[in-house]
Design a binder for this molecule. Structure first.
Ligand code: GAL
Length: 626
C-alpha cells in the first residue's frame, strides 16, 4: 500500500522537492553557451525582408547575390543570402511536404516535388551560402499580423500551416538534407498570435494554438516550452546538416526571456522587435543589446535585427545616420545582414557596407562585444578589446544637436601617462593623445577608432576585456523583468494610438561588464571600481582560460544592494574548488581573492547568497594574468 502511495505521489510530482534538484551553482568544468553550428564570428550577408517584405522572388534574390560578388562584398565576408517570409506556397496533404511558390522561384519547379536544390546549388557555385526562413508555430508572421501581405500561403487550413510546429523533423530534413540550406531563421509568430479568440481563428482561417509567447508578460510566457521547441529545432539541424556548417538564427524579438537562454540554443538571437528605417527605432533595437556584452560569444550572438542602411533615415541623403547605424552594429558584434535591394547599390552605400576596417572590428577573432565605457541618454562610449590587444572605440552622439565628448585613456583601460594612438576608421586620419582628448560630433554621428597605447594591465586581460570568454551560465535573475531603460519608440503599426510602448524586453538585472546589475555604479564600501563583472548573487560565471596562470579579483557586495544578506564568493578550476571567501556583508570593503589557474580550461566564479537575501555581487578588477 505504502509503495502504491509512493508511486502515485511520484507520478504527481509530489516528491520533486528543490532539495533533490541539481544545484545550478555547482561547478561543471564545462562551457555551456552554444558552440554548435558555424558562427565563430557574427554571420554576414543579405536578407530579403527589409528590401522586399514578402514580395520576394528568385530574380531579386539572385540579383542581390550577384551584387555581393560584383562589388567584392563577398570577399569581406558577406556570404549568406537569405530568403525571408513569402517563399512558401502550401503544405501538401496528406504527406505534409512543403511546397515552394514556383511562379516566384522558377528553378524550384522540378516536377512533382518542387525543390530549392537548384537554387542553393547556384548560390553555392557562386561561393555563397543559402538561408531559409520558417516559424516555430504552425503559421507565419505574415499570415497572422499582416492583412495585405503578398504571397500568402494557399489552400485549406492544413495546407496553410507552413510553420515547423508538428513538422520539425520533416521540414528540417527537407531544408538542410535535401535542399542543402546553410542557414535558417526561425520566427515565432505562430506561438504568439493564435489564441482561440483571435479573429482569424474564429473566422476559420487558422487553427488555434494556445500562445506560449506573451510579448507584454514575461510571467505569462511559457519560457520552458518555447525554449524546448527551439532546442528541438537545433537538434534536428544537427542531425540533418550532417557535417556541413550551419547557422541557426532565433527570431523571438526579445520575448520569452530569450536574452537569458538564446545564447545556449542558437547562433544568434533577436533581442527586440523589428527594426524600422527610422532613427528612434534604430535606437530601440540598439539599446536592447548594449548592456548584454556578457551574453554574446563566438557561436552565439546578440541580434538587434538586420541592417536598414540604404533606406529612410539611413539612405544616401543621411550618410551620418547610415554610418552610425553600421558602426554601432559592427561594434556590438551584431550579425551584419544587409537589408537593401543591392540592384540599387550606390557608391556611397558601398563605402559603408564595404568599410573593411569596420567589418574587421565586427569579425575580430576574439569575439568580444563592445562594452559600455560611458553611458548617458545623449552620448555613449563603447570599447571593444581586439584579438591583438588593441581596442576599438566608438563615441556615439544620440542627439540631433552637435556635441563635444571627452574620450579618456581610462575608457580604454590604457595608461593615461602614455600616448594613445587613434586611427579613425571612417576618415582614416591618425592622431594621438595623452590622458584625454575632446572630440566633436555632428548630430547623430558615431566616431569610430582603432586605439592602441600602453595597457593598464600589462600582463593579462580584465574579464570585461574578454567578454566573449565569459558566460553568465546562471545570472542570478530569479524573476525575469523587462528592462525599462530601452528607448521607447512608437511602433509603426500603432503610431501614437493607445498608451505607447511599455518595457517588454527581458534582461533587467542581468550580468554586466564594468557595471553593477541594473546599470548601477560598481562600488564596494564606498570604493569605486571602473572594471569588473557585476552580477546578482546566486550566480555562476564560466570563464574560458586561454593560457593564463592567475585569476584575481576584489570581491564584495555592491553598494547598490541592501543592508541585509551576505555573499560567499568561490573560484573553481575545471570543477575543483580553488578558493572561497568568507561571507561578505554589505558595507565591508572588497576582499582580494586569487587562484592559480595554470592549466585550467574553465574557471568558474560562483556567488552564493548565504542568508537568503539576494545581493549584487561585485567581482571588481576581475582579471586573468600571467
Ligand atoms: C517578423 C520578423 C521579421 C520578418 C517578418 C516576416 O516577425 O521579426 O524580421 O522576418 O517577421 O514576416
Amino acid at each position: 500500500m505504502i509503495r502504491r502511495l509512493l508511486l502515485a505521489g511520484a507520478a504527481l510530482g509530489l516528491f520533486a522537492t528543490p532539495a533533490l534538484a541539481a544545484d545550478p551553482l555547482a561547478a561543471t568544468g564545462r562551457w555551456s553557451a552554444n558552440t554548435d553550428g558555424s558562427a565563430p564570428t557574427p554571420p554576414m550577408g543579405w536578407n530579403s525582408w527589409n528590401a522586399f517584405n514578402s514580395d520576394v522572388d528568385e530574380e531579386k534574390v539572385l540579383a542581390s547575390a550577384q551584387a555581393l560578388l560584383d562589388t567584392g562584398l563577398v570577399k569581406l565576408g558577406y556570404r549568406y543570402v537569405n530568403i525571408d517570409d513569402g517563399w512558401w506556397l502550401k503544405r501538401r496533404q496528406p504527406d505534409g511536404r512543403m511546397l515552394i511558390r514556383t511562379d516566384h522561384f522558377p528553378s524550384a519547379a522540378t516536377g512533382r516535388d518542387p525543390s530549392f536544390r537548384p537554387f542553393t546549388d547556384r548560390l553555392h557555385a557562386m561561393g555563397l551560402k543559402a538561408g531559409i526562413y520558417s516559424d516555430i508555430g504552425r503559421n507565419s508572421c505574415g499570415q497572422i499580423y499582416t492583412p495585405d501581405f503578398k504571397n500568402q500561403p494557399e489552400g485549406t487550413v492544413a495546407e496553410r500551416e507552413i510553420g515547423l510546429y508538428g513538422h520539425i523533423d520533416q521540414d528540417i530534413a527537407l531544408y538542410f538534407r535535401d535542399w542543402n540550406f546553410d542557414f535558417i531563421k526561425v520566427d515565432a509568430c505562430g506561438i504568439r498570435g493564435l489564441p482561440a479568440d483571435a479573429p482569424r481563428v474564429r473566422s476559420g482561417l487558422y487553427r488555434a494554438l494556445p500562445p506560449l509567447v506573451d510579448m507584454q508578460s514575461l510571467g505569462g510566457s511559457d519560457v520552458a516550452g518555447i525554449r524546448g521547441l527551439y532546442q528541438q529545432v537545433g537538434g534536428a539541424i544537427r542531425r540533418y546538416a550532417g557535417d556541413r556548417p550551419y547557422v541557426f538564427s532565433l527570431c523571438l524579438w526579445g520575448a520569452g526571456d530569450v536574452r537569458a537562454w538564446g545564447k545556449d540554443v542558437g547562433n544568434s538571437s533577436r533581442t527586440s522587435d523589428d527594426i524600422q528605417p527610422i532613427w528612434t527605432r534604430m535606437l530601440t533595437n540598439f539599446d536592447t543589446v548594449t548592456h548584454r556584452a556578457l551574453y554574446a560569444h563566438p557561436g552565439s550572438w546578440n541580434d538587434p535585427d538586420m541592417l536598414f542602411v540604404g533606406t529612410g533615415d539611413f539612405d544616401t541623403a543621411h550618410p551620418v545616420e547610415a554610418r552610425s547605424h553600421f558602426s554601432l552594429w559592427a561594434m556590438l558584434n551584431a550579425p551584419l545582414i544587409i537589408g537593401y535591394d543591392l540592384r540599387k547599390l550606390t557608391p556611397e552605400l558601398l563605402t559603408i557596407f564595404g568599410n573593411a576596417d569596420l567589418v574587421a572590428l565586427n569579425q575580430d577573432a576574439a569575439g568580444n562585444q563592445a562594452v559600455l565605457a560611458y553611458d548617458s541618454d545623449d552620448v555613449q562610449i563603447f570599447a571593444k578589446t581586439l584579438a591583438d590587444g588593441s581596442k576599438g572605440v566608438a563615441i556615439f552622439n544620440r542627439t540631433a544637436a552637435p556635441t563635444k565628448a571627452v574620450l579618456t585613456a581610462d575608457h580604454l583601460k590604457l595608461l593615461p601617462s602614455a600616448d594613445v594612438r587613434l586611427h579613425d576608421l571612417w576618415s582614416k586620419a591618425d592622431s594621438r593623445f595623452r590622458g584625454e582628448t575632446t572630440l566633436t560630433l555632428a548630430p547623430h554621428e558615431t566616431r569610430v577608432f582603432r586605439a592602441s597605447g600602453t595597457r593598464r594591465l600589462a600582463n593579462g586581460l580584465y574579464l570585461s576585456e574578454q567578454t566573449g570568454r565569459v558566460n553568465p551560465a546562471v545570472d542570478g535573475v530569479a524573476t525575469p523583468q523587462a528592462d525599462p531603460t530601452i528607448h521607447h519608440s512608437p511602433t509603426p503599426w500603432g503610431g501614437t494610438r493607445g498608451t505607447g510602448d511599455h518595457p517588454q524586453y527581458g534582461g533587467w538585472g542581468g550580468a554586466e561588464a564594468d557595471r553593477a546589475p541594473y546599470g548601477k555604479l560598481m562600488r564596494v564600501a564606498g570604493r569605486e571600481y571602473d572594471t569588473g563583472i557585476g552580477i546578482l548573487a546566486n550566480s555562476r560565471l564560466e570563464v574560458r582560460n586561454q593560457g593564463f596562470t592567475r585569476f584575481s579579483a576584489q570581491v564584495g557586495v555592491n553598494d547598490s544592494g541592501q543592508k541585509a544578506g551576505k555573499i560567499t564568493f568561490e573560484i573553481w578550476g575545471d570543477g575543483q574548488l580553488l578558493g572561497r571567501s568568507p561571507a561578505m556583508a554589505f558595507g565591508t570593503p572588497a576582499a582580494p581573492m586569487q587562484a592559480d589557474v595554470r592549466g585550467v580550461a574553465i574557471v568558474e566564479l560562483v556567488a552564493r547568497a548565504s542568508d537568503g537575501a539576494i545581493q549584487p555581487a561585485t567581482w571588481a578588477e576581475a582579471a586573468l594574468s600571467r
